[in-house]
Design a protein around this ligand. Structure first.
Ligand SMILES: NC(=O)c1ccc[n+]([C@@H]2O[C@H](COP(=O)([O-])OP(=O)(O)OC[C@H]3O[C@@H](n4cnc5c(N)ncnc54)[C@H](OP(=O)(O)O)[C@@H]3O)[C@@H](O)[C@H]2O)c1
Length: 325
């Protein structure tokens, strides 16, 4: 099968197209023929250097998101059949999905939404699950009527977080550059803020929660906007950021919470997300589509830091039945 692989650490230009053996599904696994995958920042971040990509072995196939058709079922696997249209997100560093096939554990696989193409479904899993998680009970715990500031509302995770926060009944304030403000409003944001404006904080009244999807300065600079008893929940828990935020809230009644999706997959959440999409109550924002062979270009665009919604890598146009190619 074709797979895009790194053979050495460095930038996206090091990605190569290889022909390698198709994986075999093991116990409790399924072999999925991929229709598409999607780009996540971790796909280029983990190969920047051995220090950053702790534990990465070369050659390395990046990619976590998948949408495709089950082609083989491993022994003892229950609940999935050949021909099922499925989607999900592999754990980082396991079976990379920038490839024509992936053998993945059945317990991270869910039925794909029926109302959208598999290509579009590939844009959903990791970003939507992360957005659901950071807003949920274990982290920001967003409730109806609360005011929430979403830092980075226009990105992959942000485009789902804005929609989920609105669904939870919150008053949603979202940051992005001005060019993405119409997108934020179309996703349900009540207020939009241009983080590139020097005095952006003047535009924001106190909030119950800050949901940080950006990292760097963004979480620290938002703490002064959180009311007494509020929360800062972040999905970018870099050690320096965590330490700086802890120091900043040391004498305040503000809770900090950090999300780690490398230990978190819940197919019930994925099934719920698919239902919302099929009901027309949630949408995936896809701002760019590349053939798998041009994955390096997509990674480069992601690395520049200003993708709206998701970038999708298309791999094959699939039918439910049919022999393996
Ligand atoms: N903890 C976990 O398990 C976990 C899971 C998933 C993702 N992550 C991490 O979370 C981060 C976000 O992931 P993602 O996939 O959502 O990224 P993404 O789609 O690449 O985010 C791009 C977006 O960020 C916005 N942005 C950039 N700088 C900003 C700033 N200072 N303020 C507000 N918005 C800003 C851009 O908006 P403009 O173009 O308008 O500037 C763009 O829309 C990444 O660091 C990723 O590695 C962590």
């Amino acid at each position: 099968m074709r797979a895009m692989r790194f053979h050495e650490f460095g930038g996206p230009e090091r990605l190569r197209e290889d022909v390698i053996d198709r994986p075999n599904p093991g116990v409790n696994e399924v072999l999925i023929e991929l229709s598409a995958t999607a780009v996540n920042p971790a796909d280029w971040l983990r190969v920047v250097s051995p220090e950053v990509g702790l534990g990465v072995q070369m050659p390395y196939t990046p990619g976590m998101d998948f949408a495709g058709v089950v082609r083989e079922v491993g022994s003892d696997t229950v609940g999935l059949q050949v021909g099922d249209h499925v989607y999900g997100a592999e754990f980082i560093g396991r079976c990379g999905t920038y490839a024509e096939y992936a053998a993945v554990p059945a317990d991270i696989v869910a039925s794909a939404p029926k109302s959208i193409a598999l290509h579009e479904a590939a844009a959903v899993p990791l970003a939507a699950m992360t957005a659901w998680e950071v807003l949920g009970r274990n982290h920001a715990d967003i409730r109806a009527g609360q005011r929430v500031l979403i830092q980075g509302g226009a990105g992959g995770t942000g485009s789902f977080a804005v929609q989920f926060a609105k669904r939870h009944g919150a008053h949603v304030i979202a940051t992005s550059s001005a060019r993405n403000h119409d997108l934020l409003r179309s996703l349900g944001a009540d207020e939009v803020v241009d983080y590139q404006s020097a005095r952006w904080k003047d535009a924001v009244r106190a909030v119950d929660a800050v949901v940080d999807l950006v990292g760097g300065e963004a979480p620290l600079s938002s703490i002064s906007l959180i009311r007494e008893g509020g929360v800062l929940a972040s999905i970018v828990p870099m050690p320096q950021t965590v330490a700086a935020c802890k120091a900043a809230v040391a004498n305040q009644n503000i809770r900090l919470s950090f999300v780690d999706m490398s230990v978190n997959r819940d197919t019930a959440v994925l099934e719920m997300i698919a239902r919302l999409i099929d009901l027309g109550e949630l949408k995936a924002v896809v701002s760019g589509t590349y053939p798998l062979a041009q994955a390096a270009q997509a990674l480069e665009r992601s690395r520049a830091g200003h993708v709206s919604g998701k970038l999708v890598l298309t791999i094959a146009a699939l039918k439910s039945s049919g022999s393996r190619t």
